[in-house]
Design a protein around this ligand. Structure first.
Ligand code: TYD
Ligand code: MG
Length: 462
């Protein structure tokens, strides 16, 4: 038997080295090398031509094709019947596409994909769900919660990818789910499931299966604490589409986001709510986010942010109170803590408001995480509103970026934001003057638009 040797892999890019290195020579990342045994001979990388089943041989002659002779056939798409999912996929599942669904453990990846299987089998598609994490009984129990399964759904509880490959080639399903890639292994690779080389080899095999047999394959990948799919970045490079399923464990809404898509835009998101009987699509996220908003209370401001091309209204809450500590307390839920501190410093310096002896708690209601400078102005308004104990008009919406000099700067996609605000019944919009100057105002009739140049002017509206 050939002796296994030890090699080192970069977790980020998959670079291979015979000794441990502090910095990866390929991607220049530090401290990313992990040790793994590999058996000397693996054949996952033999050349294959997509579309010709099994006829792979390195002796096969291949002629290049003229670009002008290549005919384009519209991607054949399978509609899942879940509108939010279809949208994120770019208009349905592409035949022969390899999709990675990443997310924290317990966020709902298996639930989402099982629900998709339910819809697909309902519309007469042949679907195979392979689980390496759960027994058939456990899958059945989950399926019971999701309601009645009318169609035929094939289940397989297996972690050996060679067995799975054989099953897939025999029964030729249209769609396959692999849950999860971290549990799968190939016998010829000697390292443990979930290691860099196992993930690389198993994904490689799945990619060939998808292309050769024109099967759409969904791979589930768990995300590590650092927020990347466990295993090497190469996994993300190998697949056609990368979707992330995100959400706060404590809140019930979930966002499905495309971070890479060879067949569509990465600007689309899908919004879901986790319920007792599975995931429900949220058609109007703004309405969902503003549910339960207090009327006429200080420290509450509504703003509009963009998730890709989708405007969503959210409520920002601030509570400013005199501190009982030597060091005032500051917390920020749903947004960047440092950004909140920076904006409080801008308020102190530019408006002469002393916040040094105040505790400050800010929160985005509904459990949404936001990382957009367009909410700066609304956050400042919320802080000032709470500090002065004055409520803003409840039909006012505010957005704009704020610079260190206290100037109000332009935000992107202004028309969409204003139109969404109008749709949700808001009557007055406070926005950057720069945006107001360049905007087609006739698109948004019935909305009072107020342009600001400096945060000082916001004091006139509370
Ligand atoms: P799951 O899909 O198992 O997560 P993942 O595959 O990403 O690890 O989701 C598990 C969570 O979802 C679990 O905490 C229970 C919850 N859940 C519901 O609230 N309602 C449901 O109908 C189902 C099936 C799960
Ligand atoms: Mg799962």
């Amino acid at each position: 038997m050939a002796k296994n040797k030890i090699v080192f892999f970069c977790k980020e890019c998959g670079y291979e080295s015979s000794k441990w290195l502090g910095q990866c020579p390929a991607c220049k990342e530090w401290d990313t090398f992990v040790e793994e045994p590999v058996s000397p001979k693996t054949n996952a990388y033999k050349s294959r031509s997509y579309g010709s089943i099994g006829k792979s041989s390195r002796f096969e002659k291949r002629e290049p094709e003229l670009l002008s002779n290549v005919s384009i056939v519209e991607d054949t798409r399978i509609l899942t019947g879940m509108k939010e999912l279809d949208r994120v996929l770019g208009g349905g599942i592409v035949v022969g596409g390899l999709v990675l669904v990443g997310g924290d453990p317990g966020i709902g990846k298996s639930t989402l994909l099982l629900q998709m299987c339910k819809e697909l089998s309902y519309s007469q598609h042949k679907v195979l769900y392979v689980s390496g994490e759960e027994s058939l009984k456990q899958i059945k129990m989950r399926a019971e919660r999701l309601g009645k399964f009318d169609g035929e759904l094939l289940l397989l509880s297996e972690t050996n990818l060679d067995v799975i490959e054989d099953t897939i080639t025999r029964i030729k399903p249209e769609v396959v789910i692999i849950d999860s890639i971290q549990t799968m292994f190939k016998e010829e690779v000697s390292s443990a499931p979930g290691s860099v080389s196992q993930i690389r080899e198993t994904t490689g095999t799945l990619m060939h299966l998808a292309k050769d047999l024109a099967i759409s394959i969904f791979i589930v990948g768990h995300v590590t604490k650092e927020g990347v799919v466990a295993g090497p970045r190469v996994l993300e490079h190998m697949v056609d589409t990368v979707l992330y399923f995100e959400g706060d464990g404590t809140a019930s809404f979930r966002i499905l986001r495309a971070v890479k898509n060879r067949f569509g835009s990465t600007n689309e998101i899908g919004v879901f709510e986790m319920r007792g009987n599975g995931l429900a699509e949220v058609v109007n996220p703004s309405e969902y986010m503003l549910k339960g908003k207090p009327e006429g209370e200080s420290g509450s401001v509504v703003t509009c942010l963009m998730e890709g091309t989708r405007p969503i209204l959210v409520e920002i809450q601030a509570l400013i109170s005199r501190t009982n500590f030597n060091m005032p307390r500051r917390t920020a839920a749903g947004m960047d803590y440092n950004r909140v501190n920076l904006l409080m410093a801008v308020i102190e310096k530019r408006l002469g408001v002393s916040l040094a002896d105040c505790d400050a708690y800010v929160n985005i209601a509904g459990g949404m995480r936001v990382n957009e400078p367009a909410l700066d102005l609304a956050l400042i308004a919320a802080i000032l509103s709470s500090y002065r104990n004055l409520a803003l008009d409840s039909d006012t919406i505010i957005f704009g970026e704020v610079g260190l000099a206290g100037e109000v700067r332009a935000v992107t996609l202004i028309e969409q934001r204003v139109m969404e605000s109008a749709k949700m019944g808001y009557k007055r919009c406070i926005l950057p003057q720069v945006n107001l100057d360049s905007m087609e105002q006739d698109k948004v009739n019935g909305m009072e638009l107020i342009g600001l140049r400096n945060i000082r002017e916001i004091l006139n509206y509370m």
